[in-house]
Design a protein around this ligand. Sequence first.
Ligand SMILES: [Zn+2]
Length: 87
Amino acid sequence: MVLQLRRRKKPYDPFKTWKMKTKIHCNKCGFEKVSDFQRFDYVCMKVSDKRAKHKKCDGDVEITGIWYEYNETPEEKKWKEYERRFH
Ligand SMILES: [Zn+2]
């Protein structure tokens, strides 16, 4: 069963495999949060959409970082588990 998993290949889909993340920072209290990337986000931008105000302190929110994160598929997770155990 495990060997079958290795042979099966899915077409590579970068949009499913890589996910863009945005870090937002509250200028008033220093609160930081990682959220999904929204279109037109860039570093040092003052956020003006629904994330614009920090709910707890009403401070302005700014973007401090944008990066790509690798999104493991369930199959890859299974494989890592397997390799940890037997290699
Ligand atoms: Zn705040």
